[in-house]
Write a protein that binds this ligand. Sequence first.
Ligand SMILES: [Zn+2]
Length: 297
Amino acid sequence: MPGAFGLVFGCVMGALWGSFANVCIYRWPPSKEFPTGRSCAFPPSHCFSCSNNIKWYDNLPLISWLWLKGQCRFCKTSFSSRYLWVELACLILFGLMHVIAFSYKPAAMSQNAALLHYVFLCTFVFILVVIAFIDIDHQLVLDIVTYPWIPIFFMLGCLTYSVSAESRVLGVLIGYGSMRSIDILWEKILKRGPGMGGGDAKLLAMIGAFLGWQALPITVFAGCIFGILQALPAAVRKGEEDFLQRKLPFGPFLAMGALTYVCLIAIKPPLPEFLSAIELFYYSDWMKLYDPLFFSL
Ligand SMILES: [Zn+2]
């Protein structure tokens, strides 16, 4: 659905899926009580304090939280503003993906193909948001999320891009292999304590499965920049000497790096001189990444 109406519809869908993302983020991670996590569907949404079920009109994304000032209607317990931020993040990102899919599509790509591309991009965004926020809460990238989505994104990638299947197989292998080798170097050879953990390697494999190995350098590079930007102010303020020792979940930054890559190759902003190699490699290749067969849909 192109145009302004489509954009608004996309943003509303983003807020609704953001609401569902909150449920996944809250229920999927393992806990003492539920070692394998909990189901998203049952029991229905309820207040964790008074156990009253939350009615549908109190569960509208963004609106209900603001209307009830972030409190339970019955017992007035405060709900975290995180629910609001997750919904807002999905709303903005679904909107952004709409612009990418429709306003920056190659001229030869049909509207139907662009719509399917949009749905796949939103699926990618949704899974990245769930992974990122679980990682923030638990320093954990869940296998139950990455394992099934590596083959699913591989297949979705086959439908939209002509990034060849080989590129995406390489994306999985290089994504996983590069992260694991850094980890092994850090942990086993340099003996500098626990590394990043295998979760980030599986996340990068998932990103490679969808976008191809070409996406990995920019994803990791942009992810590191975001990570440094986020950690630096706190480090300077507190004068932390153990800056490098601090444990920071890397999943959210890898997710932001992957979305930066998606935006960069679609929008193709002019790059400074010293990055012209990137420009040549990525921009010239990207147009070829769309499968001509798919345009005829
Ligand atoms: Zn309550």
